[in-house]
Design a protein around this ligand. Structure first.
Ligand code: DX5
Ligand code: ZN
Length: 219
């Protein structure tokens, strides 16, 4: 199964956002990763539902919304209304992860559960049969441009094994520090959706970077 590349617009040029979105879409990226940061769950603040709403008509890519927000339940409807295709909520951000995932599904949006590097797979085991996607953070969330944490690879393998043994079919996404080397490690461990921010956007030629990452996960 070929990997899905999800460029993170956190690293795009916001004054040329439309251009930066089109470049990765034309290069073959299927998802666009959108990082929502509230200044509380993570130190930084990024953007909110209105921003996603304005972006929606600009692209046909799957909008992959990663909520780094406390009390995510309070914002699920707003992101669903804005046109999100996938909404991810951190298990660390709410005592009611099951309810939050139900709320996402009730809106007809794909539901994703997210775990930080310090959170074990066992923390999300009870909801694995209800999610469309699991996001394994491969850095501590909050900023682009951090270094991939190899200790997270074991959790990807655990999820892959659990998925196969229990006949489940959720996707496994990785986010943080993904480049031309780390993407292979995550792919070999069983991930199939790959977020990449600074590697795609920070230097020259984002289209070539997307094409390269697609090739590295296509067999
Ligand atoms: C980090 C965000 C990531 C970020 C990844 O908190 O969740 O999506 O954009 O950036 P890179 O690929 O530069 O590590
Ligand atoms: Zn993210």
């Amino acid at each position: 199964m070929a990997g899905i590349i999800a460029p993170s617009i956190l690293s795009a040029d916001y004054t040329n956002l439309e251009r930066d979105v089109k470049i990765v879409e034309n290069a073959g990226a299927e998802y666009l990763h959108i990082d929502i940061m509230d200044g509380s769950f993570v130190p930084a603040i990024s953007y909110g539902p209105n921003w996603v709403k304005q972006l929606r008509p600009e692209t046909n890519m799957t909008l992959d919304v990663h909520m780094m927000v406390v009390h995510p339940e309070n914002f699920i409807d707003q992101f669903a209304d804005a046109g999100a295709d996938i909404i991810g909520v951190h298990v660390e951000a709410t005592p009611h992860i099951h309810r939050a995932l139900q709320m996402i599904q009730n809106r007809g949006v794909k539901a994703e559960v997210v775990i930080n590097p310090g959170t074990p797979v066992s923390a999300i085991q009870p909801v694995l049969d209800m999610v469309d996607q699991v996001l394994v953070m491969t850095v501590n969330p909050g900023f682009g441009g951090q270094k991939f944490l190899p200790s997270t690879l074991d959790k990807i393998s655990q999820l892959n094994t659990y998925r196969n043994m229990n006949d489940l079919n959720f996707d496994i996404e990785v986010d943080g520090g993904i480049n031309n080397e780390t993407i292979r490690l995550a792919y070999e461990a069983g991930a199939n959706v790959f977020v990449a921010g600074s590697y795609v956007y920070d230097k020259k030629d984002p289209a070539a970077k997307v094409a390269q990452l697609m090739k590295l996960t296509s067999g």
